[in-house]
Design a protein around this ligand. Structure first.
Ligand SMILES: CC(C)(COP(=O)(O)OP(=O)(O)OC[C@H]1O[C@@H](n2cnc3c(N)ncnc32)[C@H](O)[C@@H]1OP(=O)(O)O)[C@@H](O)C(=O)NCCC(=O)NCCS
Length: 393
């Protein structure tokens, strides 16, 4: 056993007696935490590519192509895509115990909390949950990709006292989700925009939720545990939870003429404006470029241009005042709102897309694993004198 003197000898005094982490290190900013072949992100030039394919090209195809690309490392040909889509359609079911459980859940909780709970419970009814074989894990990932949107649609129906519709086999991933959620088939163009939004959200390198998922996977814990951890990280307003907060802000602003004064007041209170800023991008987030157009188009289609107008005013003003750019969450908020999607489902929709990236990263982690375990710079007290409990004040 080490002597007290040995322990004390190992301890270093706090750096400068400061409680602030060394500059540049806080939040692991700019720290390269591993290698990956999944996502290329150039924050200076505003480039995002999955497995070498620019998102500006991937949005031309269907989300299923991107999911396949992330899972299997290559774009599918027509036959492979058709097979993959068949597999997704066949997986469109939830165990009866899960459907019953969703009915029993409180009706007023956040759907991200529901997702976190139910994805964990899905693992309880999956006989392959602990199987670490790569095929078994890929199949689990595919099932999660299909089941997450079902959980969202089932919970929304349950909390509103509705019965969820039966999935339609002829509908693709995006179209079927909108059909289940909104109760009728949506216009082809609306489906295309929603599908593209899923593609744009599918992966983003070592974002907080993916990193959380990889840390869990690196302990060789099972895939459900890793995805549940990722869902928990995505829920926070500094990450995926921002899209919901953006819409709450737009609703409060309510009129393009109020936008500047509302933002001025919020900045004076030192509040963060949701949907702006990014750890990596120092220029326009390339996903926002697409979503801005969708927001405008949805405004025109629905005769409600005000949400886009407010957003534009806020965007210009924040850029002028703070030099910050809109991120992925800013224009997805008004786009989803105008599609008739309930506000608290925006982050679960982010999850229904990002799960494809999480699964790809978890599989990559398993394929070449080493425990992820950094160290911390100790800045606390040293050499404290222990006082027995009865003598402590
Ligand atoms: C995304 C985010 C968490 C990145 O955080 P980060 O890399 O740690 O950046 P910081 O919080 O250190 O910000 C750097 C500076 O910009 C300011 N800033 C960053 N984002 C801001 C925002 N959205 N509104 C107002 N000011 C912001 C910070 O206050 C800080 O200013 P300071 O140096 O004067 O203190 C942060 O920009 C944010 O909170 N954005 C809002 C939430 C959001 O949209 N999240 C989704 C991200 S895709």
């Amino acid at each position: 056993m080490a002597q007290d003197s040995e322990i004390a000898a190992k301890q270093q005094p706090p750096v400068n007696g400061s409680t602030k982490p060394a500059p540049g290190k806080a939040g692991l900013e700019d720290v390269v935490a591993g290698t990956s072949q999944i996502c290329y992100l150039d924050g200076k030039r505003g480039i995002l590519a999955y497995r070498g394919y620019n998102i500006n090209d991937l949005v031309k195809g269907e989300f299923e192509e991107t999911a396949y690309l992330l899972f299997y490392g290559k774009l599918p040909n027509a036959t492979e895509l058709a097979e993959f889509k068949k597999k997704l359609v066949a997986a469109r079911k939830l165990p009866q115990q899960i459907k019953d459980r969703i009915q029993q859940l409180p009706k007023n909780v956040h759907p991200m909390a529901v997702l976190r709970t139910i994805v964990s419970e899905l693992g309880l009814y999956d006989p392959t949950a602990e199987d670490m074989n790569v095929t078994a894990n890929t199949e689990k990932g595919i099932r999660m990709l299909v089941q997450i949107p079902l959980v969202v649609a089932y919970y929304d129906a349950a909390r509103n006292g509705r019965t969820v519709l039966e999935s339609k086999d002829e509908l693709g991933h995006a179209a079927n989700f909108l059909y289940l959620l909104l109760g009728k088939q949506q216009d082809e163009r609306v489906v295309k925009m929603f599908d593209a939004a899923l593609t744009l959200h599918a992966d983003h390198e070592l974002n907080a939720s993916t990193f959380a998922g990889r840390v869990i996977a690196a302990t060789l814990s099972d895939m459900y545990s890793a995805v549940v951890g990722a869902i928990g990280a995505l829920k926070g307003p500094l990450h995926g939870g921002a899209n919901e907060q953006v819409m709450r802000m737009l609703l409060k602003i309510n009129d393009p003429n109020n936008a500047k004064s509302w933002i001025t007041d919020a900045l004076a209170r030192k509040e963060k404006i949701m949907g702006f800023g990014h750890r990596v991008y120092r220029t326009e987030d390339p996903r926002a470029t697409h979503l801005r157009k969708f927001s405008e188009e949805m405004g025109q289609r629905t005769g409600q241009p005000q949400w886009y107008q407010i957003s534009r005013t806020v965007e210009d003003f924040i850029k002028q005042e703070k030099g910050l750019y809109a991120n992925v969450d800013f224009y997805s908020a008004s786009t989803y709102h105008l599609m008739g999607i309930p506000l608290d489902l925006y982050t679960p929709i982010f999850a229904m897309s990002r799960v494809s990236g999480w699964v790809a990263h978890i599989l990559e982690q398993y394929s070449n694993n080493r425990l992820i375990r950094p160290t911390a710079e100790y800045i606390g007290q040293i050499d404290q004198e222990y006082t027995p409990l009865e003598k402590r004040k």
